[in-house]
Design a protein around this ligand. Structure first.
Ligand SMILES: N[C@@H](CCC(=O)N[C@@H](CS)C(=O)NCC(=O)O)C(=O)O
Length: 179
């Protein structure tokens, strides 16, 4: 399974050994005697711990909000992407108008948040939310050959996040991830 999921193994203490999971799901994060299940809960925890969770309560709320909105977006386009990836049967042409409309709505909204923040990120400085959104944009580029042409400013945003000095080397070294 050459996916981003396995890459989590690079990070000590994040595990995907399903048999050790009390919920039957991965990933989880072990910290001392505590265990955090759920990808967003553990990402949010790491964001707070490493000062990547917004400068105040409002910024933290805006990060949580846009991440939840992004999750809804992917739930809505799932049926199209799943057929596009060859994981399920379906008629791409029939699914395309709804997919296009959902993309337009979500990426127009994301662009408006970026324009409002003026920092190049979703809040006044880079946050865990930007990491998550950038990964989602890479996924869209991987599966929709028209995406970059349609949303060049959104792709610029992803490239800005990935060229941040603290993650640039990691992003370059991890290689292509088709997920
Ligand atoms: N809401 C959970 C979903 C986790 C999830 O579905 N993980 C998959 C792997 S990506 C899993 O554990 N699948 C095993 C199973 O459902 O049996 C999260 O975001 O952490």
């Amino acid at each position: 399974m050459p996916s981003r999921f396995l890459k989590l193994l690079w990070i000590p203490k994040i595990s995907n050994n399903f048999s050790a999971s009390e919920t039957g799901k991965a990933p989880w994060l072990d910290v001392d005697n505590e265990r955090i299940y759920e990808s967003l809960a553990l990402t949010r925890y790491l964001g707070r711990k490493f000062n990547l969770a917004g400068k105040d309560e409002m910024e933290s709320a805006q990060i949580d909000s846009i991440v939840d909105t992004c999750k809804d977006f992917f739930d809505e386009v799932q049926s199209y992407l799943s057929v596009k990836r060859g994981r399920s049967e379906g008629n791409l042409e029939e699914l395309r108008p709804k997919y296009d409309e959902t993309c337009k709505k979500w990426y127009t909204y994301l662009q408006s948040r970026l324009d409002k923040a003026k920092s190049g990120f979703i809040t006044s400085k880079i946050s865990w939310g930007d990491f998550l959104l950038a990964e989602g944009i890479l996924t869209m580029q991987n599966f929709d050959e028209e995406f970059t042409g349609k949303y060049p400013k959104i792709v610029e945003y992803k490239d800005r996040v990935f060229s941040h000095p603290k993650i640039k080397e990691y992003v370059e070294k991890r290689g292509d991830l088709l997920y």
